[in-house]
Design a protein around this ligand. Structure first.
Ligand SMILES: Nc1nc2c(c(=O)[nH]1)N(C=O)[C@@H](CNc1ccc(C(=O)N[C@@H](CCC(=O)O)C(=O)O)cc1)CN2
Ligand SMILES: Nc1ncnc2c1ncn2[C@@H]1O[C@H](COP(=O)(O)OP(=O)(O)OP(=O)(O)O)[C@@H](O)[C@H]1O
Length: 206
């Protein structure tokens, strides 16, 4: 266990990525299945008709075992796509077996630009019912740490204002939980975090 100052975000991010990289392929597979069992129980997932998830890289927990279950329920599935000409923000683009895919600059598979630019293939984030958000770390209060690009925080900044808003379900391996994470002024709070071993929801105070 390496010691990192709670205020050294880059060091903590490295440590948490190191932890998930240490999982074996079999542990990864078991964790993905356990996560998906938990996700299927959440009201925010069960009532969603439009949901975004992500395709995992770098030992992220894999939410894709959920896809066949979602398809059976006729849920529309969307993927985050790096938005062109707009720094560090995301589009949410329809995804099915026929969607043409490319690898983006981070090596993550996403719907190709020619498909994604077409408005009918996208949904604004506020029109999604639920987003499954990839995490590098989380704490007991469901505070989150991501890859450090601010992609989700930027794409969800509309949630500071009244209006329709999706549920946000962070997902991670249990080993990515820490006692407490620094909360930044731009952080958009999650509804809950699900891992392979449980679900945490923020306790409301004040
Ligand atoms: N699977 C997945 N898709 C996602 C995200 C994510 O975290 N996971 N994102 C969430 O925001 C967006 C992409 N954001 C990213 C932000 C930074 C880096 C990044 O810095 N990558 C490093 C390597 C990281 C590592 O080794 O762990 C790099 O490419 O140098 C990658 C993706 C949209 N799609
Ligand atoms: N709404 C926003 N507008 C402008 N800049 C933002 C916004 N949200 C976050 N940022 C910037 O993005 C950078 C990364 O933020 P942070 O370290 O919290 O990333 P993260 O939440 O871990 O990453 P991600 O959202 O990609 O998972 C910060 O420098 C922050 O200033």
């Amino acid at each position: 266990m390496s010691l990192t100052s709670p205020n050294d975000k880059p060091a903590l991010r490295r440590e948490l990525k190191r932890r998930r990289r240490a999982l074996s392929a079999e542990q990864q597979r078991q964790a993905a299945l356990a996560l998906c069992q938990r996700l299927k129980q959440l009201p925010e997932i069960r009532r969603a008709k439009r949901i975004s998830l992500y395709l995992p890289v770098n030992s992220e927990i894999d939410p894709t075992p959920l896809i066949p279950w979602l398809r059976k329920r006729r849920v529309a599935i969307y993927l985050p796509v790096l938005r062109p000409f707009s720094a560090n923000s995301l589009w949410f683009v329809a995804y099915d077996a026929n969607t043409p895919m490319i690898h983006n600059r981070f090596g993550i598979a996403e719907p190709c630009p020619r498909f994604a630019v077409q408005r009918r293939h996208r949904l604004p984030a506020w029109a999604l019912d639920t987003l499954i958000v990839p995490l590098v770390g989380f704490d007991r209060q469901a505070n989150r740490m991501g890859m450090g690009g601010g992609f989700y925080d930027r794409s969800l900044s509309f949630m500071r204002h009244p209006g329709p808003a999706p549920a946000l379900i962070g997902v991670a391996h249990a080993c990515q939980q820490v006692a407490s994470l620094p909360v930044e002024p731009w952080d958009i709070p999650l509804t809950a975090v699900a891992s392979d071993t449980g679900v945490v929801r923020p306790i409301k105070t004040g």
